[in-house]
Design a protein around this ligand. Structure first.
Ligand SMILES: [Zn+2]
Length: 265
C-alpha cells in the first residue's frame, strides 16, 4: 500500500475534497482493498463479467455500503461498452430502470448511488450542488474520443436544468501518461476528430503516451465547466496496482473497482 489511499471500516478509497466541500453528496473512488474476493479479484471487486463469484461481489457491496452509509442494492452502474451513451435517472425512470449498455449515468434522485467500474480507464464523478444532480462517467480512449463526459454534462443540463458552470468534476485513479502507451492509430483517430496540436499526446518511439485525464479536462471545459471546478484526486492505477485493479499491469486478468456518487436524502 502506498499511503495515498484512506480507509473507512477497512475499505480503501480516495475522495475529492472539492466534492465533499460542496455538501449534499456521498462519493468515493474505491480501491481494491477491503473486500472478500479472491485470486486476481482480490479483494474489493465489483465486476461480475470477469468471472468472480456473485456471492463475493454481493458481500463486497454490503461491506462498502456499510462503510459509506450507502445501499448498494440500489446501485445503478450500466453495462460499460466504451461508448458515449448516458443513462438518465429521474424520479419516474429510476423505478423502471433495467440495466442497459452505457458509459455514463446521471441522476437527481436522492438516495440512489450511481457508479462506474474501472481498471485503468478514467472514472469521472460529477455534481451540481445547485440542482442536486450527480453523475458518473467511464472514459477510456474510445469514450474520450466520443466525448462521454461532454454527453453526461449535456444530459444534466437538458434533463435537470444544470448550468455547466455550477458543475464540479472529480477525476479518479486511472492509468497515467507514465504508463498509458497507445498506438499511432489512436493518435490518428483523435487528430481526425480534433485536428493537430493535441497537448495530451506525447510521442514515445513509434507509439504515443496518452494523458487521458488531460484530454477529459479539455472535454469538460469545452462542455462549459470552469477549470477551477475540475478536481484531480488521481494516482496512476498502473503504477499503484497494489492499491488499484490495473487491466494493463495485470495482463487483463483482474477485477474492477467502483467509483460512485449519491445525492443525499
Ligand atoms: Zn504509471
Amino acid at each position: 500500500m502506498t499511503g495515498r489511499i484512506k480507509f473507512k471500516d477497512g475499505i480503501g478509497y480516495m475522495s475529492s475534497e472539492r466534492l465533499d466541500g460542496a455538501g449534499g453528496v456521498v462519493h468515493a473512488f474505491l480501491s481494491r482493498h477491503g473486500g472478500v474476493s479472491a485470486g486476481e479479484f482480490a479483494t474489493l471487486n465489483f465486476d461480475l463479467r470477469g468471472g468472480d463469484r456473485a456471492d463475493d461481489i454481493e458481500r463486497n457491496k454490503g461491506k462498502a455500503g456499510a462503510a459509506f452509509g450507502v445501499t448498494f442494492d440500489r446501485l445503478v452502474n450500466p453495462v460499460q461498452v466504451h461508448g458515449n451513451a448516458v443513462v438518465v435517472l429521474d424520479a419516474a425512470s429510476v423505478k423502471s430502470y433495467k440495466n442497459v449498455e452505457a458509459d455514463a449515468v446521471v441522476t437527481n434522485v436522492p438516495g440512489v448511488p450511481v457508479g462506474i467500474l474501472t481498471a485503468d480507464c478514467l472514472p469521472v464523478l460529477l455534481y451540481d450542488p445547485v440542482k442536486k444532480a450527480a453523475g458518473a462517467a467511464h472514459a477510456g480512449w474510445r469514450g474520450t474520443l466520443s466525448d462521454v463526459c461532454g454527453r453526461a454534462v449535456d444530459a444534466m443540463k437538458e434533463r435537470f436544468g444544470s448550468r455547466p458552470e455550477d458543475i464540479i468534476a472529480a477525476l479518479g485513479p486511472h492509468i497515467k501518461p507514465c504508463c498509458y502507451c497507445v498506438s499511432n492509430d489512436v493518435y490518428v483517430a483523435f487528430e481526425k476528430a480534433h485536428g493537430g496540436g493535441l497537448p495530451y499526446f506525447s510521442r514515445s518511439g513509434d507509439s504515443f503516451m496518452l494523458d487521458i485525464g488531460g484530454a477529459n479536462r479539455i472535454s469538460l471545459v469545452a462542455a462549459g465547466l470552469k477549470e477551477e471546478n475540475i478536481a484531480d484526486v488521481s494516482v496512476c492505477a498502473s503504477c499503484e496496482a497494489a492499491d488499484f485493479f490495473s487491466y494493463r499491469k495485470e495482463g487483463g486478468r483482474t477485477g474492477r473497482q467502483l467509483s460512485f456518487i449519491m445525492v443525499k436524502r
